[in-house]
Design a binder for this molecule. Structure first.
Ligand code: MN
Ligand code: MN
Length: 510
């Protein structure tokens, strides 16, 4: 029997809008679930998804992808790669699985919400496949992580993390609630698919896949490349939605959604991917610096996408470009300092040759962060645990949930805050996070970061140990310096004068 070509039946088959007679359109597609922009079904009918696929084709392609990824894993199962891997790379794997895998499950819900509530039939179609994609990402990555649980309990955080009150989980849930689960389908298509997936996932999934191949972790490299092929498809949902919104006079509102989401994503990716690429990846295997990755995968591509759509760069673009030079250096130092709260073992990544690399990639690094690490290293050598572990927790941003990332020795002070009449002062890491709060304060009012909870008396005893217990991170899971301070001894051997640097104050230096 002759089959029609897909192009001959696709438009009719996917166009499932009809005129309801039992209830009104607004009952089926309420604005708060479907479209905060308030466009009509007719206006959304112009939605033209750039990627058209049938269910039959989808299943065939996906089953091949799964077969490829699982067979590479099976073939390498006895290679003992993990046991012999560089400790920094082991940490990258733990960080990736713990921080991202259950976000994939949240993305299942987000895509399902678009599949149900989007007014455009084409968007519902793409999001149906998107939801199945995300289910695959969650399941396959949990499966890969599980293999290593017997080698380190920290891999258990792949499934555990988002069920805890760990600060990273609190920040991650708050972000995904803000960008996805707490938004209507149209806004979500911009914030999740356009800003996060199209804007940022290439950085984590392609950037890291390249480094994984370099270090010889073909199983992981294949896994995340496989995931990214799905992202590249369903990430196009938002671009097509933006075209409809802009054509119908909603540019300003759409631009605001882009600006909010881009900054929130940037804060998250710089916190995790920045240290992974510039500090945890073994030096001789580094493909590019984080800054080079950001310029290649984010700046150039995102600017082009915005221009093609007729959107502007976010209002804070100049600030964003400046922060590519420093946010993650301060963020990495901060993460290392609170390493007991992490479910991976951060490498300091500042041995003499690594410092030379950092100085080459980020001229002036040594004067700023190198000096800080000198002090940390000296304290580590002297066994001053009172100085290389925090006595309390840092001020966390009331929007992004991460710590403020200033430049050390640069007169940093906590300058972004607002009083909102509810008896609390809300602090922010940066002007854009404060702006996000001010755009719609009721979305964020009342949220308590881990530090806020400590101050509010919710964490007992109100000590670091009490907070670690509260965060669900138990002895045996807590992060420790990946190299047992070997880097500090190497630095001291090369340059004993480093020990003369005056002690900085880490708590306020950031
Ligand atoms: Mn995904
Ligand atoms: Mn996705």
């Amino acid at each position: 029997m002759a089959l029609l070509n897909r192009s001959e039946w696709y438009d009719i088959a996917r166009d499932t809008n009809w005129t309801p007679s039992y209830v009104g359109v607004e009952d089926i597609f309420p604005d708060e679930m479907s479209d905060a922009f308030g466009l009509s079904l007719d206006q959304w009918n112009a939605y033209d998804e750039p990627f058209k696929i049938s269910y039959r084709e989808y299943v065939q392609v996906q089953s091949r992808k799964d077969a490829d990824a699982y067979s590479v894993k099976a073939a390498l199962a006895r290679s003992n790669f993990y046991d012999n891997a560089h400790p920094g790379w082991q940490s990258i794997l733990k960080m990736h699985f713990g921080a991202l895998v259950l976000l994939e499950y949240n993305a299942v819900i987000a895509e399902a919400k678009m599949a149900r509530f989007a007014k455009a039939p084409g968007m519902r179609n793409m999001a149906t496949f998107g939801s199945m994609d995300e289910l695959r990402h969650a399941q396959i990555q949990l499966y890969f992580a599980h293999e290593n649980v017997s080698k380190s309990r920290q891999f258990d955080w792949a499934i555990k993390c988002f069920h805890t009150q760990n600060w990273a989980a609190v920040a991650g849930r708050a972000m995904i609630d803000d960008l996805c689960l707490g938004r209507d389908a149209a806004t979500m298509s911009i914030m999740l698919t356009f800003a996060l997936e199209q804007g940022f996932t290439n950085l984590q999934f392609l950037g890291l896949a390249a480094d994984a191949a370099e270090v010889g972790d073909y199983s992981f490299s294949n896994l995340i490349s496989s995931v990214q092929t799905d992202e590249a498809r369903h990430a196009q949902i938002g671009t097509a939605a933006l075209k409809v919104l802009i054509a119908n006079g909603k540019k300003e509102q759409a631009q605001r959604a882009v600006d909010i989401a881009f900054w929130r994503n940037w804060r998250m990716f710089m916190t995790l991917t920045g240290p992974a690429i510039d500090y945890l990846t073994p030096l001789e295997k580094r493909h590019q610096s984080f800054k080079e990755f950001v310029h290649e995968f984010i700046v150039a591509q995102f600017e082009r996408s915005l221009e093609d759509l007729g959107l502007d760069k976010p209002w804070y673009w100049d600030l964003f470009l400046r922060t590519v030079d420093y946010f993650h250096h301060s963020g990495h130092l901060e993460l290392w300092f609170v390493r007991q709260t992490l479910f991976w073992n951060p490498s300091a990544g500042v041995s003499p040759p690594e410092r030379a690399w950092l100085e080459e990639k980020y001229p002036g690094w040594g004067e700023k962060w190198g000096r800080m690490w000198d002090v940390v290293g000296q304290n580590a050598i002297e066994g001053r645990d009172d100085k290389v572990f925090p006595k309390t927790f840092p001020v966390l941003c009331n929007v992004c949930g991460t710590s403020s990332g200033g430049i050390p020795y640069n007169g940093y002070h906590q300058g972004h805050w607002t009083d909102h009449g509810d008896g609390r002062r809300y602090y922010f890491c940066s002007a854009p996070c404060k702006w996000i709060f001010d755009v719609d304060p009721k979305r964020y009012l009342g949220h308590l970061s881990i530090t806020d909870r400590l101050l509010a008396g919710q964490i007992l005893p109100p000590t670091v140990e009490g907070a670690l217990q509260y965060m669900g991170i138990h002895p045996g899971e807590r992060g420790a310096d990946a190299d047992d301070y070997a880097w500090a001894h190497q630095c001291a051997a090369v340059s004993p004068s480093q020990t003369k640097v005056p002690h900085g104050n880490l708590a306020t230096g950031l």
